[in-house]
Design a binder for this molecule. Structure first.
Ligand code: COA
Length: 351
């Protein structure tokens, strides 16, 4: 039986580090001003979220989501020991695509110079759950023999669509830019405890308007109706969130999917080296660890210094801790995620 294996991993974050101390002084061009632009502070952000800093792309218009994605993808392809031309499918998760259409995966294909005749490109829209959703898709494609070298990418450029005023502070302080990628392909091994062992994907559309970014409403004429210069009218171009509902549902979804992953595979924490939760808020992850009784020494986070990079958090966190020497080839990882939609899920895989 064909099984799916992770062949390579890579990630990329922009150089600019934006600390909590700097956040209140940034204007909408990300330029530090002398006076406070947003009423927030380091103590509030750290206490509620655990975040100390995040990364932003340059503010000169030189970097798009597809650029972050391509940089992470190149590293994953090199790590897999293959060439870009070997990739026969790209699955890209993002909520910050370069354009409304076409999807961003085709732009990454072009940037990687992948042959136009032999590579399928998918954009998926599961926000913070996209990497686990994408892993489930990739696993199904590999197992059926449909594709043999799948590039799975999570990439986000959040910093350009955040509201740098007190109105948007609840969301703005959480998010950062970055990308992570994996190459997946068929494995020789028949061992059900190696490669992609398990994936689950869930959704509850009744939570759709608890975390959303509209930008336009297609049922209206004109479908884009805001004045960018008017504070009141431009609200539609920024994300909106009911933080408490998101927090409660995230804990519930991540705990349930983590427990189900273990129950359905018959694995225990003795069999798992690392728990890599989505990085939305350190407090969410601490609650999930407490309720699901996860050994705290097995938990890997990066939220403190990368913030929430949505579709990128899982590969970014694994790659960061690999570079620090913690995660090693062959380690078994349980990852659980939750995001806008609501969407959530879990995966168990050996790296
Ligand atoms: N800095 C300072 N004060 C802030 C703030 C900020 N960045 N954001 C909100 N506040 C204020 C609020 O205006 C409110 O003020 P008030 O009491 O005067 O009305 C106060 O802090 C409490 O706000 P509240 O929304 O009740 O805080 P909270 O304890 O729910 O924490 C979040 C807010 C966003 C940190 C929290 O709800 C959360 O993390 N939710 C999950 C978010 C998430 O993970 N999203 C991504 C999911 S994939």
């Amino acid at each position: 039986m064909i099984r799916t294996k992770i062949l390579g991993l890579g990630s990329h974050v922009p150089d600019r580090v934006v600390t909590n101390e700097e956040i209140p002084y940034l204007d909408e061009q990300h330029v530090r001003q002398d006076t406070i632009q947003t009423e927030t502070n380091d103590a509030w952000i750290q206490q509620r979220t655990g975040i100390k800093a995040r990364r932003y792309v340059p503010n000169d218009g030189s970097v798009a989501t597809s650029d972050l994605a391509a940089l992470a993808a190149k590293k994953a392809i090199a790590d897999a020991g293959i060439e870009p031309s070997d990739i026969d499918c790209i699955i890209l998760g993002t909520l910050s695509p370069d354009f409304h259409f076409p999807g961003t995966a085709v732009l990454v294909q072009k940037k990687l110079g992948i042959d136009r005749t032999s590579c399928a490109c998918f954009d998926i829209r599961q926000q913070c759950s996209a990497f686990v959703y994408g892993m489930q898709m990739a696993d199904a494609f590999v197992r059926t023999g449909m594709y043999k070298r799948i590039l799975l990418i999570g990439a986000e450029l959040h910093s350009h669509s955040l509201d740098f005023t007190t109105r948007g502070r609840d969301v703005m302080v959480l998010f950062g830019d970055g990308a992570g990628a994996m190459v997946l392909g068929p494995s020789e091994s028949d061992d059900p405890r190696t490669g992609i062992v398990y994936t689950s994907a869930h959704a509850d559309g009744t939570g759709a308007m608890d975390l959303y970014l509209k930008i336009f409403e297609i049922q209206k004429l004109p479908y884009v109706g805001y004045n960018a210069k008017s504070r009141e009218e431009n609200e539609i171009i920024y994300p909106k969130m009911d933080g408490k509902r998101v927090f409660l549902n995230a804990v519930r979804g991540m705990v349930m999917s983590t427990q189900a992953a273990l129950a359905k595979t018959g694995l225990s924490w003795d069999d798992i080296q690392w728990f890599v939760p989505h990085q939305a808020n350190l407090r969410i992850n601490e609650k999930v660890v407490e309720v699901a009784k996860i050994p705290p020494e097995k938990v890997l986070n990066t939220i403190e210094f990368y913030g929430n990079t949505t579709a990128a958090t899982v590969p970014l966190t694994i790659d960061y801790w690999r570079q620090q020497g913690k995660v090693k080839r062959g380690d078994r990882i349980l990852s659980s995620v939750f995001g806008s939609g609501f969407t959530w899920g879990a995966a168990i895989f050996t790296f």
